[in-house]
Design a protein around this ligand. Structure first.
Ligand SMILES: [Ca+2]
Ligand SMILES: [Ca+2]
Length: 579
């Protein structure tokens, strides 16, 4: 946990500096003091030396200093920008731009000539390395059916739970070959979120995002060591980690007809207990078109991506994935509109979705790329770009088309690229107009993942065009998630000077470790109250402040694999750019 470490560091620094000479009372107060007013919002993890560095100030301060956190010496002074009101937070903020400060170090930002100073933050080349590793490693720490040992899990070691080698076919999932009550094996995979269940639709977008990360940043992925059990094989650890989930999804396909079960679940959510203590029966529930199309898309993509990989294991897996994809597509063609209906005796996440046109688009796009057969000329006609989410996945297919390397795809590739950059440019315009400098202008459940996915789209646009105009806006979205937001929290567990401590995550809420499992992005502000906490837990009526660091608050403080996947993508992109 970083909070005690940083406190210790500054306590030590303060001690050393008072032993020196010529430190006036103000300088000492600046080193010791912290901003308890919430007036200063910075990226609490830090900035690259040559990056845009903009803090937001919620006060009338006209000037600011950036001081060396150890000595109190002023490293940079500047004036704040014009006050701007943000309707989503009810705040008036000014910018404090210290981009010109490029010397590596640990700093605090102080207002006017006062003792109101931010906590320390770093400027250095490696500021995002640890947090990127932690963001990927959170998937390892959320593995189902897997013992987390102290060697790899440190304080968060725990016994294995949910082996899922004896899973019951629920009556909603019964087929001729597998009648209700049949026992099947479906081990592995990640727990989806704060609960212990596993859902194909949400796994699919998560797997896609990590596969895309490997596709676009292969060298960086190979350089990123995670200290997981597979760290010494010939596969990039990011890929090892996603394979743990991808291989589970393969077991969710009925070998007889190719259809894919919607989820593997307990009947209800269950209490806050450790994985090995949660031993209620597990079921596979209803095959659906959404799950099967999503599965077909991801297995096609993995099959294509791994076909020529240096690793023999991945080349072998590629063949398995391509066969699985074909069989899933056949089932989906025969069952084009089977939507999920939650059975009466099941109350876990539904991930229900009535609109399957985007799932079909995604699967068709991935299959087309895999087979080297461009889609029909009107495939992109009327396409409306948007921010991807678990139930809106056509953008994933569009991104894949924009990176298709087969010359036969040059036309569709160009159109796809234009649609993505057009949308990303609109996001950039919104961010430029926003006092908090983010493109998001709605705050639903998991709003932080929408911020992350919009940053992902800006990165895709930067990759497509090679235009560095996107970079400061990508930084702005990252800064928001890491502390420069209206709540003042760094939204990634274990990082920042103010970080969520009470996440809605069963292992974190039931182990003996005070600090939550690190590296998770919490859902963040949510306009919808959802009545998940007792009335004593108050949330702001302003959307961008409607957040509670409370275990009960699954509407704002849960974690989820499809939220962490874009976090990995955006932090990893920035980390890959370090010199
Ligand atoms: Ca490895
Ligand atoms: Ca959909």
């Amino acid at each position: 946990m970083k909070i005690p470490t940083i406190t210790l560091t500054f306590a030590l620094a303060a001690l050393l500096s008072t032993a020196g000479c010529g430190n006036g009372p103000l300088k000492k107060a600046r080193i010791d003091g912290t901003d308890t007013t919430g007036a200063i919002l910075v990226d609490q993890v830090g900035y690259y030396p040559d990056a845009q560095k903009i803090a937001l100030i919620r006060s009338d301060a006209a000037n600011f200093d950036v001081i060396d956190a150890g000595t109190g010496k002023v490293a940079y002074s500047g004036s704040t920008g014009e006050p701007r009101y943000w309707e989503f937070s009810g705040d008036t903020v000014r910018t404090a731009d210290f981009s010109q400060l490029t010397k590596p170090g640990t700093y605090r930002l102080c207002l006017d000539e006062s003792e109101i100073c931010s906590a320390g933050f770093r400027v250095d080349d490696d500021v995002y390395t640890d947090i990127t590793r932690a963001a990927v490693k959170s998937f390892y720490l959320n593995r189902s059916g897997f013992e987390i040992t102290p060697e790899f899990g440190s304080t968060w070691a725990r016994p294995a739970g949910h082996p899922d080698t004896a899973v019951i076919v629920h009556e909603s999932a019964a087929s001729e070959g597998r009648p209700a009550g049949t026992v099947i094996s479906s081990p592995g995979g990640w727990y989806d979120a704060g609960d212990y269940n596993k859902y194909i639709v949400n796994s699919s977008i998560s797997n896609y995002t990590l596969l895309l990360f490997y596709q676009l940043f292969p060298e960086y992925c190979r350089s990123l060591s995670l200290n997981i059990p597979e760290s010494n094989n010939d596969i990039a650890d990011v890929v090892d980690e996603l394979l743990y989930n991808l291989r589970w999804t393969l077991t969710m396909q009925d070998p007889e007809d190719g259809g894919v079960y919607h989820k593997l679940t307990n009947k209800g959510f269950g209490g806050f207990e450790m994985p090995d203590e949660a031993t209620e029966p597990r079921y596979v529930v209803q095959k659906t078109t959404a799950a099967t199309l999503d599965f077909a898309a991801v297995t096609a993509m993995a099959g294509h991506l791994f076909a020529d990989d240096p690793s023999e294991e991945l080349r072998t897996l590629s063949v398995t994935c391509l066969e699985a994809s074909d069989r899933a597509m056949s089932w989906a063609e025969a069952h084009p509109d089977v939507v999920y209906h939650q059975p009466k005796d099941i109350s876990t996440g539904a991930y229900g979705d009535d609109n399957l046109t985007d799932e079909l688009f995604w699967a068709k796009a991935e299959v087309a790329i895999t087979k080297g057969t461009p889609p029909e000329a009107d495939f992109l006609t009327g396409f409306r770009p948007g921010t991807p989410s678990w139930n809106q996945v056509d953008m994933l297919g569009l991104i894949s088309l924009a990176f298709a390397d087969d010359p036969a795809f040059s036309e569709v590739k160009k159109t796809a690229a234009g649609l993505i950059t057009g949308y990303a440019d609109m996001l950039v315009e919104k961010a430029a107009a926003s006092p908090y400098r983010i493109s998001l202008d709605y705050f639903n459940w998991g709003s932080n993942s929408d911020v992350a996915n919009q940053a992902l789209l800006m990165i895709i646009a930067m990759k497509i065009t090679g235009d560095s105009k996107y970079l400061p806006f990508i930084q702005d979205q990252v800064d928001y998630l890491l502390g420069r937001n209206a709540t003042g929290y760094c939204f990634v567990t274990g990082f920042g000077s103010l970080s969520p401590m009470n996440i809605h995550h069963r292992p974190s809420g039931s182990d003996d470790v005070p600090e939550p499992v690190p590296g998770f992005l919490v859902g963040g502000p949510n306009t919808n109250v959802m009545n998940d906490c007792p009335p004593t837990v108050k949330r702001s009526t302003f959307p961008a402040k409607s957040y509670a660091d409370q275990l009960c608050s699954y509407s704002t403080n849960e974690i989820c694999i499809n939220w962490n996947a874009p976090l990995v993508f955006i932090l990893g992109t920035l980390d890959s750019m370090k010199p």
